[in-house]
Structure formats: structure tokens, C-alpha cells
Design a protein around this ligand. Sequence first.
Ligand code: CA
Ligand code: CA
Length: 553
Amino acid sequence: MNRLCSMIVLTMTLGGSMANAQSADELINDTVTPGDVLTYGMGYGQQRYSSLDQISVDTVSGLVPVWAYSLDDSRGQESFPLVKDGVMYVTTHAATIAVDAATGKQIWKATVEYPPETPRAACCGIVNRGAAIYEGKLFRTTLDANIIALDMATGSEIWRTNSIDFKAGYSFTVAPLVADGVVIVGISGGEYGIRGYIEGYDVDTGERVWRTYTVPAPGEPGSETWPDDSDAWERGGGPGWLTGTYDPELETVYWGVGNAGPWNAAVRPGDNLYTGSMLAMDPKTGSIKWHYQFTPNDPYDYDGTNELVLADLDGQKVILQANRNGFFYVIDRLTGKLIAANKFIDRVDWADSIDLETGRPNETELGVKIRSGEQVTFWPSAFGGKNWAPMAYNPDTQTAFINTLNLGMNYKGVEPQYRAGVFYFGAEFSWDWPEGDRGYLRAIDPMTAEVKWESAIAIPRNAGILATAGGLIFTGNQSGDFEAFNAETGAKAWSFNTGSGIVGQPMTWEMDGRQYVSIVNGSGAVYALFSGDERLADTPAGGYLWTFALHGN
Ligand code: CA
Ligand code: CA
């Protein structure tokens, strides 16, 4: 019945109807309709590239704020805003908000109520990364492991489903993905001894349609990669805390899987599928079509969750990922075969290369030392060569733009102690800082990971990136500057200080002939909270949703 309904809506849309009902087709075509932004990452392929060029290298000096809306929340803000029919939708941990996209005036605000003990059960700051929208409903997740559907017109709740008891360390920060009429989410909690999963919900009823565990139970495919004489798999990690991508032609969803738990790999000999991997899945059933593992038996906290960007490289349908482990992967979208994997940062200690035949890393001596409990230093740190903040990809110039981190880690494995809802590392660690710059904005050739240009920064960026046909790269830094760079040269073209650190995700759309760029600011999240970088002391907390356009346009 649902399928029939959406087919009718699709037919109406193709017939030129202005019906408000949103069809699957609209989501599929999001990248070619610059008047709205309906999907996380500006399209199912998450390229974060826009064909808009009114704001360009030539005009960007006239870029000014047109409104700023207070999120009334002093936590770190990472939400990706969506725009439909002149309304912008944004989430915080504590609220879902609709504002007039032209003026920033609030239309509705729906507060999320949490049990008082909730904040304990979250790693790395309390964030929410955004919403999904489909057929008049907005879907979001909550830190206490609920999925909620709201009426896009009013903000009133339509359904709410609890996924799991958050007290055991499970939580949601992910922006959902609606693919083939299913709301798909991945659980967080890789540092809490969870058993990770990705799951799909019915858009209309909120009923769970499927759950696919990222750590197999004994006897299931992949269980042979876990020790058979222990219950390590029950706390084996493998969260899915960043939004996957979707190829509607192949009817396949691609989802990254996080680190194995605990960090101390000595207690879980074996490759530990499907941790540190990516999965190709059927959105209707959650069944795994194929997998590729980036970091077998991971002792480094190299989550494989980073965004899986869909691209056509020289006629080949591929997936691009800048993995935390320091390698930039190009993978065949149909088969999962590795095409290229090269280092996109300067120092990668754990592996010399990735074998293109087997897809496995050629690990260094470090792997032996760290697993035997020796005190070691390794680069990149658990923050990764790139953290969660999404890159952008320009399909015309076949260039990826990445905020990289230049940090190492001192580390020693210790006996892990499991307690529900408490950090489960099995490791003692501290940071290893470089003398100079701790981050770079880099333009990279995906096939070779050759750096076309870079822009160094003392305090590393951990914000998303947007690329546009105007020849610009937008991002933000943790000192609060919203910034534009020349995509060809890397020269800074423009910046504006927003008054608090930026760890959000820029996006752009047009309305009545005017191009807008939006981003949330709000200091916080993993680096600000855990690095101890004193230079951030002068950056105030507090979040706004900012929107910019050319002056007088
Ligand atoms: Ca669109
Ligand atoms: Ca992790």
C-alpha cells in the first residue's frame, strides 16, 4: 500500500503537479534542484557540491550575513540544515526548529525532553547532526536512543520509537537517511562496550523494519573473525554514528562502521568484522550485499564511519572515503573491490600501504607492539587523519576537499573493565602534539591522494566543507571564522567571525534568484572538549544558525 501511494505521488510530480507531498523522486533529484536542500550532505551521494555560482571567487567579497537565529543552546553544534519550500529545518540536541529561510524568523520549535541521567551516556560532546525529511514528515534521533517523526508543518510529534535502553551506553547523534521509503539510522556508543547496529524504520508507523548488527553473533557469517572462547562480541563495538549514502539505481545503501571495542585489541584476536568497515546494504531489508574492512583488529579507534561519497571517476562508479586511519580509499560501488588507497596526511604510522589485491593493510611493527601492551606513540591519533566532519567533492574537477588533523597519540593497552554505560577503552592515552600547525585544509586527487594545495591552521578545523560552481570552498574554524577559499589555489577569499567556534556543516540554496549559504556555529565537540588546547579558552560557547548572501542582491 505504501509503495502504491508513493508511486502515485511520483506520477503526480512527473506530471507537473505542485502537490506539497514529497516524493522519493525529489530526494533522488536533490542535487539538480538548487531551490531546496532535502538530504544530508546535499544529495544522496553526499558530495556537498552545488551548481550555484552567484557567490563566486569574483563576488564573494560582498558576502554578508542576512540573518542569525539563536539556537539557545551552549553545546557544540554540528547539525546540517535542510531547506524545503522556503522553510529551513535544523536540530540541536534539545530541539527541532523550523525557521523562515528568508528572514530567520522562527515558525515552530519542538523541544526534546530527556531523562536527567541521559548526558552520562555520550562520548565526545552532546550533539545532533540533523534531520531527514520525506512526505511531510521530519525524522530525527535523540541521545536517549529514540527516533522521532514530526509534522513538518507544525512540529507536532507523529510517532516516536525507542531503539534500545540508553543506560547501557547506546545513543543516537546521527542524521537519519530516508532510502526507498525506510528511515535508516546507526547507533552510537563505540567507546561504551556496545554491540553496534544499523536499523530501518517504517516512515509511516515508526515500526522497526530491520536491524543489522555490525558484530555477528556466534554462528553468523563473520563470527569466525571473533574469538570463539569468549563473549567479546557482545561488547564488540561497531557503531554506525554517521549518515550513510544511497545509490537509488543500485538500490544500495552504504554505511560506515566504527571502531571495535574495547580499544585494547588483545582481548579480541581476529579481524573483528564488521568493525572498521563499510557495508553495502539493501535499504528494504538491511541485508549485507558486501563489505570492505579498512582496519582489521583495530587497536587505534580508527572508526570507519566517515562519509562514503559517491562519485563517477573516469566512468567508474566509486565510493570515496577519507578514513580516520590516514588512507583515502576509492572503492568500486558495485563489487566492493578496492581501486586505490593512498595516504592523505603526512604521517601514518600503523601501515605502510594497502594491498590492492587483498584490500588488507600492510601493517608496520607498531601493530605488534601495541597489541602486546607496549607503550607506543602513533599518528594519526584516535581523532584520525580526518575526524567526522565531512569533506566535499567537486565532480567537475574531480577534487576532494578535506579538513585534516595533524596529531599523534601516546598509548598503552591495559586490562579493560566493563561497566554498563561507562567508558570501555582498555587503554591509557594522551596526545602527542606537533610543534606547529595541527591541521590543514587540503585539495586532494582521489586516485593518488596527491595534495593539489593546502592551507595550514594552528588549531585544526573540525567543520564540514561545501564546494560550489562559483569556484569556492566553504568551511569554518574553531575560533569562529566562517571562511571561503579559492578552490583552484587555496587562497583565502573571505571570512567572517561568527562569535563562537564552528564545528557545523555549510550548505547552500537559492530563493527568488538569490544564493544563500548557511551554517550553525557553537563551540564544542570532540577536539574542543578533549584536546586541552588552551588557545580555545577565548572562544565563547553558544550556537547560532547563520545565513549569508551577497550584499544588496
Ligand atoms: Ca535540491
Ligand atoms: Ca570511536
